[in-house]
Ligand binder design. Structure first.
Ligand SMILES: NC(=O)c1ccc[n+]([C@@H]2O[C@H](COP(=O)([O-])OP(=O)(O)OC[C@H]3O[C@@H](n4cnc5c(N)ncnc54)[C@H](O)[C@@H]3O)[C@@H](O)[C@H]2O)c1
Ligand SMILES: OC[C@H](O)C(O)[C@@H](O)CO
Ligand SMILES: [Zn+2]
Ligand SMILES: [Zn+2]
Length: 386
């Protein structure tokens, strides 16, 4: 049985009266007595807000969040107000689910953690008791509270209360910056585990954003070879080459048919029969189709990317080639593994952070993350000790 007693009280959702929206366009002075946060709101708005400093309840710690990465889904909630049908920004809601920090206050009943301990925060709190939680696939818990998915405010804030059982202690060799990057790493690790990638498997990665690039680092550590990565942006393929010089890159040009892109991928890999596994990290329909055509008989197309609700697939091609199609939704049981891999030096996440901002300039951080001309890979917000 997994050890995660949590049961987050849903009555704790912050209401409008609980926080103050700071005046847009102003950058407040850093004041560590104030619990500033960045929050998305309906009509594609993004605000700094000020919330009360939380007090830890039974079994909780309050963490001084030191580093938080901006995820594509944070930007999506900001710009589009929803992800799918079930996750909708109907009220102001704090962003951020890629966070690490240090324990600031320890609540009653918490053992093994003390003020100053360095931790990564796992953003999803499942009920711990339902059938799905009991079999360990807790990412699918119907009652999960995922911080930053409305209505639960996120961890892009100065002080955040979190169940002690869902923080992961960081060794001294892992910085807060890397601790925050563990979240996209666990997404990639969950995908690699469930895709069944094995040593020596030829691998295709579609999309060289943070998830594709981190999947690349993880797949290289897992012994996949050759690895081909695609993107529509040459700049992102260049980053892939810098991270893993041996990777083969294919630029996806506008108007080229998925079958033709797949032919280029197979040629780059030197495998006319196709590749064993594809990790699809863009969610774009034509890219999923490309992944299918690039697969060998019996291959697996594993979709991590989030995309359109309805997509068409080369159905009969998949049928006569026994191509398996699988998906990943968040993650379960991956943080301890991620920490071991980074601590051992098998995965170096450091080069992924391209831009750093303070909590008070978080709005500019978001603007940077969505501005393709700024060349950002991972934008982080830091609240360092002065
Ligand atoms: N399954 C999950 O639990 C989970 C968790 C985190 C993120 N995601 C999703 O994973 C995806 C990747 O996340 P990210 O942060 O790297 O996002 P991102 O938008 O930064 O990266 C996507 C990349 O795909 C590229 N791309 C676009 N069209 C393409 C095409 N036709 N062929 C190849 N590449 C193409 C883009 O240029 C970009 O570099 C997103 O859809 C995100 O929502 C899913
Ligand atoms: O990294 C985790 C993902 O971004 C989340 O599942 C998000 O897409 C929805 O809450
Ligand atoms: Zn995310
Ligand atoms: Zn559950």
């Amino acid at each position: 049985m997994p050890d995660y007693p949590t049961a987050y009280d849903p009555a704790r959702v912050l209401q409008h009266a609980d926080f103050k929206i700071l005046e847009d366009g102003t950058i407040p002075q850093r004041d560590t007595s104030k619990n500033v946060a960045a929050a998305y709101a309906p009509q594609a708005k993004l605000h700094l807000i000020e919330k009360p400093v939380p007090k830890p309840r039974e079994g909780e710690v309050v963490v001084h969040v030191r580093a938080t990465g901006i995820c594509g889904s944070d930007c999506h909630f900001w710009k589009h107000g929803r992800i799918g049908d079930s996750m909708v920004v109907s009220n102001t809601c704090g962003a951020g689910h890629e966070s690490a920090g240090e324990v600031y206050e320890v609540g009653p009943g918490v053992e093994g953690l003390k003020k100053g301990d360095r931790v990564a925060l796992e953003a999803g709190l499942p009920c711990g008791e339902c059938e799905i939680c009991r079999i360990g696939r807790y990412n699918a818990c119907p009652d999960v509270v995922f911080f930053s998915t409305p209505p639960y405010h996120g961890m892009l804030t100065r002080y955040h209360a979190h169940p002690a059982s869902w923080v992961h202690r960081l060794p001294d060799s892992i910085s807060f910056e890397e601790g925050a990057l563990l979240e996209p790493l666990v997404v990639a690790l969950a995908g690699i585990e469930r895709a069944g990638l094995r040593l020596g498997d030829p691998l295709l990665i579609c999309g060289a954003g943070p998830i594709g690039l981190i999947s690349l680092l993880a797949a290289r550590a897992a012994g996949a070879t050759p690895i081909v990565i695609t993107d529509i942006a040459q700049s992102r393929l260049d980053v892939a080459k810098q991270l893993v010089p041996g990777v083969k890159t294919v630029l996806v040009e506008r108007g080229i048919e998925p079958k033709d892109v797949a032919a280029k991928i197979k040629k780059e890999a030197g495998l006319s029969l196709g590749l064993s596994v594809a990790l699809e990290c863009s969610g774009v329909e034509s890219s999923v189709q490309t992944a299918v055509y690039a697969s060998k008989f019996g291959g697996t197309v594993f979709v991590i990317g989030a995309g359109k609700d309805f997509q068409s697939l080369p159905f009969m091609h998949m049928s006569v080639n026994e191509i398996d199609l699988k998906f990943q939704y968040r993650y379960a049981n991956q943080y301890p593994k991620a920490i071991r891999l980074v601590e051992a030096g098998l995965i170096n996440l450091k080069p992924l952070v391209t831009h750093r901002f303070t909590l008070e300039t978080a709005i500019e951080a978001f603007e940077t993350a969505v501005d393709v001309t700024r060349g950002a890979i991972k934008v982080q917000i830091h609240d360092d000790a002065l």
